[in-house]
Design a protein around this ligand. Structure first.
Ligand code: GDP
Ligand code: MG
Length: 177
């Protein structure tokens, strides 16, 4: 459920990273507004979007930061990562290069943040199963090796989107206690 904007017990900053075009902005708009767009909205930069969830009778507000298309030039400023306690690294299950770049995103992210941060790998566009290039098992094994969470999702079909953000925020909250 959602709550009034200023009514929360804890707020956690989460950053979305991953290659351009993988669906970061749409995952966020699906989670925060239940909206999806066929167009890439990288030029309409929102700094962040919020949504609150309920965890153990506490209202947990996620402040989720989206890039403004800077990832296209690998020019994400360090301020983007500052204060983040969670990250969602997104790849596109139909585009191998976006999966190969996950390791680079993980490395960059870890260089800017504390080791205790909760990370989730999200394989987006699961609705395009017939174009799949990355198997679920490969991604799952990679996530286990890196000790990060993993889920496949579809911003278009609203598959696992709320689940992914909720699971990440819940794990962040558990870790913070
Ligand atoms: P970003 O650059 O990572 O923020 O990606 P966008 O959210 O702008 O999405 C890039 C393109 O992928 C847009 O055309 C979206 O409509 C499309 N897209 C995003 N999520 C999905 C999805 O789950 N399934 C499909 N089929 N297309 C998606
Ligand atoms: Mg975007």
């Amino acid at each position: 459920s959602t709550f009034a904007d200023d009514d929360y017990d804890y707020m956690y900053k989460v950053v979305l990273i991953g290659d351009s075009g993988v669906g970061k902005s749409n995952l966020l708009s699906r989670f925060s507004k239940n909206e999806f767009s066929l167009e890439s909205k990288s030029t309409i930069g929102v700094e962040f979007a919020t949504r609150s969830i309920n965890v153990d009778d506490m209202i947990i507000k996620g402040q989720m930061w989206d890039t403004n298309g800077q990832e296209r030039y690998r020019a994400i400023p360090s301020s983007y990562y500052r204060g983040a306690v969670g990250a969602i690294i997104v790849y596109d299950i139909t585009r191998n290069v976006t999966y190969e770049n996950v390791e680079r995103w993980l490395k960059e992210f870890r260089a800017y943040t504390d080791p205790g941060i909760v990370v989730m790998l999200v394989g987006n566009k699961a609705d395009l199963g017939y174009l799949r290039a990355i198997t679920t098992n490969d991604a799952k094994a990679f996530a286990e090796r890196e000790n990060i969470l993993f889920m496949e999702a579809s911003a278009q079909d609203a598959l696992n989107v709320t689940h992914a953000f909720t699971e990440l925020l819940t794990q962040i909250h558990i870790k913070a206690q």
